[in-house]
Design a protein around this ligand. Sequence first.
Ligand SMILES: C[S@@+](CC[C@H](N)C(=O)[O-])C[C@H]1O[C@@H](n2cnc3c(N)ncnc32)[C@H](O)[C@@H]1O
Length: 374
Amino acid sequence: MKRPLDYFAFTMPGLESTAFTELRMRCEDARQIRFARGAAFFQTAATPAQLMEMRSTEDIFAQLAYIPKLSAGKPTPSKIKNTSARVPKSPLAENALRALYGAAKKIDVSAALLLWSQAHKMKPPRSWRVVAQMTGNHDFRRVDAGDTLRAALRDMFPPKIKEQDDEADLEIWLRLFYGEAIVGVRLSGAEMRHRLYKTEHIEGSLRPSIAAAMALLSDPRTEDIVIDPLCGAGTVIIERCLWGSYAAAYAGDRDAAILQTAKWNAAQAKAKIEWQVEDACNLHFADGMAHKIITNLPFGKKVGSLEENARSYPEFEREFRRILAPGGLLVTLTSDFNHWRDLLVAQNWVIKKTVVVVALGQPATISVAQKPAQ
Ligand SMILES: C[S@@+](CC[C@H](N)C(=O)[O-])C[C@H]1O[C@@H](n2cnc3c(N)ncnc32)[C@H](O)[C@@H]1O
């Protein structure tokens, strides 16, 4: 049997455990190692191509090196080769960068190249670069850590794979997160975070990985009749359609021009959806016809206002309750959650799960509410 390898995935903050749930659905052997803000660490023997099917993650990396505490010990003379003149002189910094250099020298670059090619349908990379990210205080500067890693790796890549400053095929990421340092090869391409179908955008449009998480939380089933009555650019309903089979999908928006952007994106995604320009406070659907409603409500900040939410949320709740079948699921996202939750609770919805996520730059809550069986 294939040996499990260490990977990590970046997610929108708050979606770490939802992403792991998706991972377990796709790769049964996946074992959670830990979560950090915006990152899930795991092991699996799945192929990189299988991991590229993930939809609730923003990026996936194979881990190449891990230093749990990149802190300085007793200062000793530097042996770092090929680093730029910008390496700081602080002994603490020198020690930390030396530890990073030593760990980087142990990286198995051939294994990283193979994993990258497997994720990219066996295409070999033509170029590589280092991307360094730093969160929290460190004894050294981010650029010096990046330079150190680059210096360590430089003579480890085959000469035909050229080092570049930007836009390289293969990226080695250095994540400095408070005390720890993780080096990984980025297996995912830009299409994991920016779906290829999404060529039309509107203000307040949701990140596809959040929309995919909402689809997952709706417990998708083949027999689903699913509706997004405030569809905007269509990301939520398209992600549901791409998630797996369904009986029927409907989407609406009160703005005809916006609905056109959703139709365009859905056509790129080859998602079969029926559309209607209409107000979500007064929907044309028959009572109890839907199994699932999945929707991104106006937060009342960029779109609408809190006063408008005070008027429209009770009407949304009433219409959603009317068109859902007993036991049907309502998955919503809003930053005005206290207000929304109070309305749901007052009408006996059972709130089965809430996930707080950073969406559109602010904390917002995905909730899964079940309409009570009458
Ligand atoms: C999904 S919402 C909100 C997006 C994001 N949560 C925010 O607040 O910035 C955006 C879409 O809802 C639509 N919309 C707002 N109120 C609506 C209503 N009463 N009925 C149908 N569509 C509505 C808007 O036209 C827009 O396309």
